[in-house]
Design a protein around this ligand. Structure first.
Ligand SMILES: [Zn+2]
Length: 153
């Protein structure tokens, strides 16, 4: 079974086209500067219908995730268990994605830094992420020292 296709509309087409070219875009409101994904006609904060496209740095953090052990779509049967993760880009927008090297959620942590990793699925290019190992190591050290400080009080 083939990979399910997103519903690409004139509003979301720039997002999908940019991914094929290796760039992750998000929308920003010209009136209030709010940034968001997925693409929509109007700003979800002030309802101004005057957004522009900005390019994401590709850096973000894990907000939350689930691990699927059942394939509700035949196309994903060979991938289980796999994660569906909510990532917040450093520019603010959040997107549902996969963390490709997360070992199905075992190494994911809230706040774990991730990096954009655009992957092809047939004709599609998808914004997935990988754990930012170097940054994660220094974060763990900081977390450990905070925890040690808290328990000694
Ligand atoms: Zn706005």
């Amino acid at each position: 079974m083939s990979f399910p296709s997103p519903d690409i509309t004139p509003i979301s087409a720039p997002y999908w086209d940019a991914l094929k070219a290796g760039r992750l875009l998000f929308q920003r409101c010209r009136q209030c500067n709010h940034c968001w994904l997925p693409a929509r006609e109007a700003c979800p904060q002030c309802l101004s219908a005057d957004p522009v496209w900005d390019e994401a740095s590709g850096r973000g953090v894990v907000v939350s995730w689930v691990v699927y052990h059942v394939a509700y779509n035949e196309a994903f049967k060979s991938r289980i268990p796999y994660d569906v993760t909510l990532v917040r880009l450093e520019e603010g927008p959040q997107l549902l994605t996969n963390v490709v090297d997360s070992e199905a959620g075992r190494r994911l942590e809230i706040g774990a830094p991730v990096r954009l990793k655009i992957e092809r699925e047939g004709e599609l290019a998808l914004a997935r992420f990988s754990l930012d190992a170097a940054h994660a190591d220094s974060n763990n050290r900081n977390n450990n020292s905070r925890i040690a400080g808290a328990t000694s009080v």
